[in-house]
Design a protein around this ligand. Structure first.
Ligand code: TTP
Ligand code: MG
Ligand code: MG
Length: 349
């Protein structure tokens, strides 16, 4: 299997640069809109000029200004970024490989059993087309598994293209800090450090018993990846016989209020889409993707067929509460199935 991973470069900031070319070359951040957000002034992202000063995502705007006094502040506009994201995803899906959208600006594509040479050709074309047709820069990583392809992509940023094959993987991985492994956040990184592990190579070699003690079975998975064993499947995020919407949270969170808001939006969208397609539905499902990329779904039947957004939301929030249960979430989805057409004998397709 060959997997191609795309991640847009400095995505929100690149979108802003596209419509405001005067920003080019100046250090700037895209920040939370102060009127909209009580947690005022957080950096969502910044261009690479600002990164040179040490500015990064999730930093307070004040801190960013301390680091770079000429920093320009641009308020966010999610609606616009979602539109640009949809353009990119549509282009990628146009190749009819299975596509898993992992966040607003990234996707994994299962190229199947093809040679690295052909994968390179396809990847270069996708990169060129994203750039030409959306005006946005991106980076592509190619490898033999989803997580490794993501790592190759990260390591090739910005405006890059990287391929790491089975043979090259150890050289690629061994000296990397463990924090570069997908799913290894600051907490895990600190825990690993406490048992003397800072690099991926060290993680690959340590006695697994020590990892199981600290992390349970997740420790085994982490070590497998460190050894270059990646069985992460690309789970195609297209659905049939159901109507669904998924959306990435702009910040990972465990806050049910924030997640609930997103579920409300998604429920509204799903209700609109089923009205447009003239369906009623009886089954409501939710999908939750945790910060470590694992994904769970839960669905339940209502007592009646419905077409109401409120019904979807009520069911979705109750299902989501069970799944979230204090965990940190990256992405959520809402889906209705058990569809009943409200228009004669219309077929489902
Ligand atoms: P990333 O892909 O993590 O970052 P990026 O695209 O800005 O930069 P690069 O990939 O070149 O390193 O995130 C995608 C978008 O998600 C980002 O442009 C803004 C948003 N985001 C937040 O709002 N808060 C955050 O803490 C992060 C990391 C991203
Ligand atoms: Mg990005
Ligand atoms: Mg990203």
């Amino acid at each position: 299997m060959v997997v191609l991973f795309v991640d847009m470069d400095y995505f929100f900031a690149a979108c802003e640069e596209l419509r405001r070319p005067e920003l080019k070359g100046k250090p700037f951040v895209v920040g939370t809109h102060p009127e909209k957000d009580k947690f005022r002034g957080v950096v969502q992202t910044c261009n690479y000029e600002a990164r040179k000063y040490g500015v990064h995502s999730a930093m307070s705007i004040n801190k960013a200004l301390e680091l770079c006094k000429d920093l320009v502040y641009v308020p966010d506009d999610y609606k616009y970024y979602d539109e640009m994201s949809a353009k990119v995803m549509k282009l990628i899906r146009g190749y009819s490989f299975p596509v898993e959208q992992d966040s607003v600006d990234e996707a994994a594509v299962d190229l199947g059993k093809i040679s690295y040479e052909n994968a390179k050709r396809t990847g270069e074309e996708i990169k060129r087309r994203i750039n030409a047709e959306t005006g946005l820069p991106c980076t592509i990583g190619i490898s033999y598994g989803k997580y490794l392809a993501k790592m190759v992509c990260d390591a090739s940023k910005p405006n890059g293209f990287g391929i790491v094959t089975e043979k090259e993987m150890h050289a690629f991985l061994d000296s990397k800090p463990v924090g570069k492994l997908p799913g290894v956040g600051e907490k895990t990184e600190a825990k690993l450090k406490s048992i003397g592990i800072t690099t991926v190579g060290e993680l690959a070699k340590v006695n697994p018993v020590a990892l199981i003690d600290k992390f349970g079975s997740a420790g085994v998975d982490m070590q497998q990846l460190a050894k270059g064993v990646d069985d992460g499947k690309v789970v195609s995020t297209e659905e049939t016989l159901s109507i669904g919407r998924q959306s990435t949270l702009y910040r990972e969170t465990g806050d049910i209020e924030v997640i609930g808001k997103k579920l409300k939006e998604l429920s509204d969208d799903v209700a609109k889409e089923s009205a447009r397609k003239e369906f009623m539905f009886k089954n409501v499902g939710v999908m939750v993707r945790y910060s470590d990329f694992t994904q769970v779904t839960k669905a339940a039947n209502m007592t009646h067929y419905s077409s109401s957004s409120e019904d979807i939301y009520k069911m979705a929030i109750s299902l989501a509460k069970d799944l979230i249960n204090g965990k940190i979430v990256r992405k959520v989805g809402v889906r209705v199935s058990a569809l009943l057409t409200t228009k004669g004998q219309k077929a489902l397709f």
